[in-house]
Write a protein that binds this ligand. Sequence first.
Ligand code: MN
Length: 427
Amino acid sequence: MPITANDTNRKSWLEVPLNSDFPIQNIPFGVFLTKENVVTVGTRIGDFAIDLGALQQLNYFEGIELTDDMFMQDTLNDFISDGQKTWRLVRNRIAELFDVENSKLQDNEKDKEIIIFNMEDVEMQLPVLIGDYTDFYSSKEHATNVGTMFRDPDNALLPNWLHIPVGYHGRSSTIVPSGIPVHRPMGQTLPNGETSPVFGPSRLVDFELETAFITTDVNIMGENILVTEAEEYIFGMVLLNDWSARDIQKWEYVPLGPFLAKSFASSISPWIVTMDALEPFKTKGPKQEPTPLPYLQQKGKHSFDIHLEVAIKPEKAEPTVISRSNFKYMYWTMSQQLAHHTSNGCRVNSGDMMGSGTISGPTPESFGSMLELTWGGKNPLKLNDGTERKFINDNDTVIMKGYSQNENVRIGFGEVSSKLLPTFVRK
Ligand code: MN
């Protein structure tokens, strides 16, 4: 089915600011709360939020087979579960309705009032009920940097890394949307030079610059998905700040991997940008050497050119951009991650979320965590207000942005922005 929503000649009758992440060619999906406390599935054009529940009730999706309450829900899981054909029909219809050449909704003031909100008048929610969250470790630069710092510069990559998209099962209960503050975690750490651990606030709270993809229902238990088919099961992507407490991580991660150092919070951008919208930005990833095993082999373009940046905003100062990276640096692709994930028959459901792993590029300016940017705290970063950071301070806000751009169109994610609060105090 043609993706007519991607037509770059199309203009919307809704105003779209210059360099907006959300032109009519984007049409991401999210869930928002209106001032009247109504929760609905929606999309966004420019700085307008569009109520898809209202659009459906007013019959604007006529001719597309949808369950009656598809969009009058507080999650996108059912819609995502319907599969790629439905996603395409709905995105194409929205593009048509908001096209400047189409007067149907454009000239209906009464309907417009019910359907269209200013972004500042809505509150974004988590877009999906995330059943399971898996986090990969797929940037060769990141894995090399961490291996160099923590183990041995001569054997920075462990022997499995070039053969397996390494990952671990994360925690979905503490995934929050942009804007929700996060407390500095308490935890057990082993102070340098000591032999007994202590319990207290983490002193090394870090971010991880990641993206994540959201799946539809992929398989039944026992069934594997071919790497050549995996992309059809990916609905879209979000930005992910995978908060990490490095001192807790260092003490606890042997031998079973990350646990409480990661599960205190993970923040995501609220609009899921569809793989269809990102289609024009497909690109080749790095050459995979040695050649992966047959079940992970793929030809063609399976990576995406997505610019990423991270800024720190101190409580009383303007943000300073501290990292600029790109998703295309990732060694393993999302389709390889998903094929590997199901290769043992593990079931993957609608609304599951898979993190990319920290996205570090080849240059020091493109590293995706404070751990790497300051090289374990040895080289503090200077912010524009003159203060220095080794890791994240209380009341700092970490802001991640991402977008794809070519000569015709810019498709962006907006941002994931979250403030680190001091440790939680029991009342
Ligand atoms: Mn991570």
